[in-house]
Design a protein around this ligand. Structure first.
Ligand code: FES
Ligand code: FE2
Length: 357
């Protein structure tokens, strides 16, 4: 595939693994329609259990295959019945011999970490080793795991910005999932690595918010440590630790969460999130409480403000709007620079890159 398959101005690298869906969204025989980087994709789980991703447009009269049905290891077009297997080859033609020329694009897919990862760049470049290790998601028992999906009408980098700068939790989430309300009072520490950018906040000996007091009832005050790891393009791990004051991180009530952000178009994105924890792992009620609280905060606090930001930005380029930069923006700005570099390198026909630099 060449980069010219991106119909609009490039706004994200194609040579990267994106999360197209959560594994739980596709049972055997299921089909999910999802647009990634402006490409309509039909994901389906064959009878074998394997997931495939095909261009969601039949080559005959352009019906969406995602409206069809799974037949064995193929998907049948709903309009006139042509069938295509996971390689994109026509596997059945009800009107005669199989048509070799009737092929559609197949995208490499990997099922890992309870998610379905799709490669939007050249097939030969799709190296599964580039998928960051989010093994903690599969290791968590179901009673200490929750996940969700949200469509956001905003450029994916605005969601990445939101997570790279957690000072917003002290304001936007002050009445809901805020931790100690002290994040904005401590200096974040940003580090760059070949494969990721990390940012940490450490707030010692701070009172817990009403929300967190419900979860950590044995703590009145805590040392709070939040660490975010970003991997190209929108793959993020957020660890929020609450330690008894003065105690080491190993003794923390630890929450390790995933945020997977995938561009749909230049101004819309798919937002997948998942949460795990190291305490009270059998507590189903606590699990539901954390899942509902987080999802509600994303849906009623983060998503609306991010969509309003996109609305105020219009189609204007982020940098051309001359955003005011604060010290707390350092990590987010570094991420934007890396994304821009990766995207521009592809534009210039340089070797597409995955999660590593
Ligand atoms: S449009 Fe798919 S078989 Fe005709
Ligand atoms: Fe938030």
């Amino acid at each position: 595939m060449s980069r010219t398959q991106i119909p609009n101005e490039a706004y994200a690298p194609t040579g990267a693994w994106y999360v197209a869906a959560l594994s739980s969204e596709l049972s055997v025989g299921g089909i999910v329609a999802r647009t990634v980087l402006d490409h309509p994709v039909a994901l389906f789980r064959a009878d074998s259990g394997q997931v495939f991703a095909l261009e969601d447009r039949c080559p005959h009269r352009f019906a969406p295959l995602s409206s069809g049905v799974v037949k064995g290891d193929s998907v049948q077009c709903p309009y006139h019945g042509l069938e295509f297997d996971g390689t994109g080859a026509c596997s059945r033609n009800p009107y005669g011999p199989v048509l070799r020329a009737a092929t559609i694009r197949a995208y490499p897919v990997e099922e890992r970490h309870r998610a379905l990862w799709i490669w939007m760049g050249e097939q030969g470049q799709a190296n599964p080793a580039l998928i960051p290790d989010f093994g903690f998601l599969a290791e968590a028992p179901d009673t200490a795991f929750s996940a969700g999906y949200m469509h956001v009408a905003a450029n994916y980098e605005l969601i990445v910005d939101n997570i790279m700068d957690l000072t917003h939790t002290d304001y936007l989430h002050a009445g809901s999932i805020a931790g100690t309300g002290m994040v904005h009072k401590v200096k974040p520490f940003t580090s760059e690595f070949p494969d990721r950018i990390e940012v940490c906040w450490f707030a010692p000996d701070v009172p817990l918010s009403p929300f967190h007091s419900q979860i950590y009832s044995s703590l009145e005050r805590a040392d709070q440590l939040v660490r975010i790891e970003w991997y190209l393009p929108g793959i993020m791990k957020l660890t929020a630790n609450f330690m008894p004051c003065g105690r080491p991180e190993e003794e923390a009530f630890s929450n390790t969460n995933a945020h997977f952000i995938t561009p749909e178009t230049k101004t819309s994105a798919h937002y997948f999130f998942a949460a795990t924890r190291n305490y009270s792992r059998e507590d189903i009620k606590l699990n539901a409480f954390i899942a509902e609280s987080r999802e509600k905060a994303f849906a009623t606090e983060d998503k609306p403000i991010i969509e309003l930001v996109q609305n105020r930005m219009g189609s204007g380029d982020f940098w051309k709007l001359k955003p005011l930069l604060l010290g707390v923006d350092e990590a987010a700005v570094r991420v934007r620079r890396r994304l821009e570099k990766a995207t521009r390198e592809e534009e210039a026909h340089a070797t597409p890159r995955g999660s590593g630099f």
